[in-house]
Design a protein around this ligand. Sequence first.
Ligand code: F6R
Ligand code: MG
Ligand code: MG
Length: 371
Amino acid sequence: MKVTVSLIKADVGGFPGHSAVHSKLIEVAENFLKEEGLDTGLLIDFKVLGVGDDLQLLMTHTKGVDNPEIHELAWKTFKKTSEVAKEMKLYGAGQDLLSDAFSGNVRGLGPGVAEMEFTERKSEPMVAFMMDKTEPGAFNLPIFKIFADPFNTAGLVIDPAMHQGFAFEIWDILEHKRVFMKAPEDMYDILALIGAKSRYVIKRVFPREGSPLPLDEPVAVVSTEKLYQVAGKYVGKDDPVALVRCQAGLPALGEVLEAFAFPHLVSGWMRGSHNGPVMPVSLKYAKCTRFDGPPRVAAVGFQLNNGKMIGFADLFDDPAFDYTRQIAGFVTDYIRKHGPFEPHRLPMEEMEYTTFPQIRKKLEEKWQEIK
Ligand code: F6R
Ligand code: MG
Ligand code: MG
């Protein structure tokens, strides 16, 4: 059976400030998806979550990716919840719904989308990762580690079903181009690109010849929407989400999670203008507090059962990640002490997409030529 898993998210209003999602919005979204999605037979299953100030719609169906009905359902859910957010005067209500011109796809309208269609295996363990206060390139390092780094994923070395490695689809999100590369042989070229995480992002990962899985069906996908390109001005960071399939010829669940044991530096955080560590947290702690952060990642695990989701395991709700959180706390404190100085504050090129150019414009008249 071919199933599609769609994770579509948007900031429809924060509570309080930009920190979290109000429980009322989750309730409204659940009721709406039940009535308009489950009861109509459009969806097989769904789960609504809040991570940071983003409302997350995790849905399963058989309509394939980029399906107009599914996207319209997500769009209407965001519209409905943002109306409620406006009534409640929640913060930044409707923030990510940048255009009213819905025409079959939420892409380019503000929400972030990670979806993939594949043949459900005998047993199909999956993880949905949801980050807040950062950008899609924040997934480059962990996704690379999961599917290409033998120091992270033991299976790349010792599982014959994985020994051939994986293929990466990498997007240039500025020039709207993509390239396919294979690990391990193209590893240095892959890293040359994805190390520049504000421009080159891993979009999908595919199995390779020798894998027990179909080669044209993705095993991981990341949302790659760039809000600033959509709006032409700063409207909040494009907090990313990702879906990863695990086990039996794919990285084990524990190898997938292992990549998040290092709280790497990502850009976003306060005013989308700062570098900071990404902290893996349980859903309970998926709210951005200190300096609107630090950036967070939550992970829910589930097993597909003919498209139904048997779940949901709150995977970072585990003392095994306490040490990572401690390091993230230490790095948070260290980097915060730089205040407005780089490299805590983002480099000039990236500040172009914040409110910074307005400040520069204000100072224009004060400048004098140096003779
Ligand atoms: C970052 C984010 C927040 C806001 C900050 C200022 O993505 O959303 O850090 O940028 O709280 O928000 P305003 O300008 O709405 O007061
Ligand atoms: Mg917000
Ligand atoms: Mg957010």
